[in-house]
Design a protein around this ligand. Structure first.
Ligand code: NAD
Ligand code: MLT
Length: 311
């Protein structure tokens, strides 16, 4: 019998490949303290997490029976990959299951930012009627800079074209040919700073992308630019963003992901020009089912026959 522990909220129906298989026993133990997880992890063959559980070296070192750590989502930055590799544990993710959910959340955030929807809702529900205060801007014929043209960046660019935005894409792997096929312009980060009215980031969080958008970058942008981050906290330096919004260089921002979750940077979540959601990019019924299905099927295949798809 293979034992699987699930430590973050995951779609139950998506886990069928394991829960309906005789060889697997699945235990949902959401919200365990790190010390408790380190104490119990030695009993399990597979661990399934989303982004809340921090799979640290201490936890991995105690995981003597563990063969797979599965991230039901894209980013594996909450897992100590080096420690897992040293211990011979396979780390897998579900790279495509939440692409559409994160894409649609990005578009929702861009529209909400452009039209001050969260602020207007807050005002009206607190009994006020303030039509002048919430005048917005249009997306039509504006320039959108997409930093990171992978799965989500590409889907965002395709949909933004539907609003008749001009799209500049920056990604080290974006070719002229691919940009042409997508109907966008291949650009540098500096081109995006000089031309974009909206800038959305869709890279992973790596040593290279941490603080990619920082105080120096804000100085190069057009005054009044708006930023969206539905990728990873830390790609945009939070303190520098708050300063740039407060100085008026940046007109506003829509942020779903934070350097620390829940967020800690002063002035970020209480700022009338910064709209925020609590890491909801992948939170749709459909996406949660797809990522749970993807990792459960892969865990089943790895443990029963040794085959690996998304390591
Ligand atoms: P992906 O791997 O398909 O695309 C990432 C792209 O970033 C790649 O094309 C890569 O070449 C590019 N990139 C890497 N370094 C770069 C750099 N320095 N400058 C520019 N581009 C760079 O990943 P994806 O599925 O599109 O996910 C994108 C991000 O969204 C990830 O950080 C992922 O964790 C995050 N995400 C967040 C949510 C959420 O809930 N908010 C949901 C899904 C994904
Ligand atoms: C991801 O990287 O897939 C997201 O952070 C989604 C999640 O919250 O699990």
């Amino acid at each position: 019998m293979y034992k699987v522990i699930v430590t973050d909220p995951i779609s139950e129906s998506g886990l069928k490949a394991l829960t309906e298989h005789d060889a697997f026993q699945v235990e949902q133990r959401v919200g365990l303290e790190p010390e408790v997880l380190a104490e119990v992890i030695g009993d399990y063959d597979a661990l399934i997490v989303r982004s809340q559980t921090q799979v640290t070296r201490d936890i991995i070192q105690a995981a003597d029976r563990l063969k797979v750590i599965a991230r039901a989502g894209v980013g594996v930055d909450n897992i100590d990959i080096d420690a897992a590799t040293e211990k011979g544990i396979i780390v897998i993710n579900a790279p495509a299951g939440n692409t559409i959910a994160a894409t649609e959340h990005t578009l929702a955030m861009m529209l909400a930012l452009a039209r001050n929807i969260p602020q207007a809702y807050g005002s009206l529900t607190s009994g006020k009627w303030e039509r002048k205060r919430f005048k917005g801007v249009e997306l039509y014929q504006k320039t959108l800079g997409v930093v990171g043209m992978g799965r989500i960046g590409t889907e965002v660019a395709k949909r933004a074209k539907g609003f008749q935005m001009n799209i500049l894409g920056y990604d080290p792997f974006l070719t002229e040919d691919r940009a042409k096929k997508l109907g966008i312009i291949k650009a540098s980060l500096d081109d995006i700073a000089a031309q974009a009215d909206f800038i959305t980031v869709h890279t992973p969080l790596t040593p290279e992308t941490r603080g990619l958008i920082n105080a120096e970058y804000f100085e190069k942008t057009k005054k009044g630019v708006r930023f969206i981050n539905c990728a990873r906290g830390g790609i945009i330096d939070e303190q520098a963003l708050v300063d740039a919004v407060n100085s008026g260089q940046v007109a506003g921002a829509a942020i779903d992901v934070f350097e620390h979750e829940p967020p800690e940077t002063p002035g970020l979540t209480q700022n009338p020009r910064i709209i925020v959601t609590p890491h909801l990019g992948a939170s749709t019924t459909e996406a949660q089912e797809k990522v749970a299905e993807s990792v459960s099927e892969e865990i089943r295949d790895i443990l029963t026959s040794g085959s690996v798809q998304h390591a």
